[in-house]
Design a protein around this ligand. Sequence first.
Ligand code: GGG
Length: 358
Amino acid sequence: MTHTYRIAAIPADGVGAEVVSAGRQVLDAVAAASAGRFSFDWTEFPWGSEYYAQHGQLMPSDGLEALTDFDAIYFGAVGWENVPDHVSLWGLRLNITQNFDQWANIRPVKFLPGVNSPLRAADDRELDWIVVRENSEGEYAGLGGRNLSGRGPGNEVAVQSSLFTDKGCERIIRFAFELARTRSVKKVSSVTKSNAQQYGMVLWDEVFARVAQEYPDVATESVLVDAMSAKFVLHPEELSVVVASNLNADILSDLGSALAGSLGLAASANLNPEGRFPSMFEPVHGSAPDIAGQGICNPIGAIASGALMLRHFGLEAEAHAVERAIESATGAGHLTRDLGGTASTEDVTHAIVEALEQ
Ligand code: GGG
């Protein structure tokens, strides 16, 4: 009997449409090769900045309700010049991640064959990490306000607060430890700036120390975010699972993917581990207005996010096959411009689909 996975596709803005189309081609090829075991039933939602221009909001008021019954959401990128970035981010991506309690955002970073990176050029070091981003609170709690002084232009005061809860810290830290146990290098690096952020991030450090006691088989370290940035560049081979707050992990994972060769390679999964709501899979990159619509963007971040979706469904062999096909395509020199190549989005997608079929 065929199992049908119902997927909500939200390409949204800029290169989102190109990379979601690429990912769908690969996932449909995986389903076609499953000999009828499973298939994907796609429903596309035309939400984003263009929708905002017509309706004054990024998605309809009942949009979350419309997404609730899907098995997963496959997302492109959000952000365009007609909408302030904070409005588009909160109106779509964060609206979904926060309301669906997708509190664990995993962002793997790895060297790929055939891809030059600033680190790889230096020596033979390996890079294979997963950045685990707390995805529900911290600096993205949305707490604060503007015009607090009441004194008018030029004297404005704005406050942006971070929220750290014991439960929120514990669940993401525990998630990182469980993930580390599945990896060959069993180590969790916790990142804060708790010397300066003396309330929330000290709580994070204390929860980390408490949870770590339950995982004596996993090595640990607590590193300040500035020192961790240096460590990413100088000692990438020392890292396995890196867990950090919402903002710190966002910044570190961009740095990590640039070190691996390009932001265009980075995949991510926004997970609601309890399964009460659908999880969302998306490339880490944004809408890239400078290259949108030209057919030259890198589809690998979106395609690798599709592999994370397969893994989420328990289709480990298929997820692995997509990851091997990506390696085979880059290894054979199918590289988009961000990686120094001349291949188009379609060229790379076809190379990955062909590698899957071999
Ligand atoms: N595909 C990810 C995406 O569209 N990101 C847009 C963005 O600006 N994200 C910032 C963030 O989520 O922190």
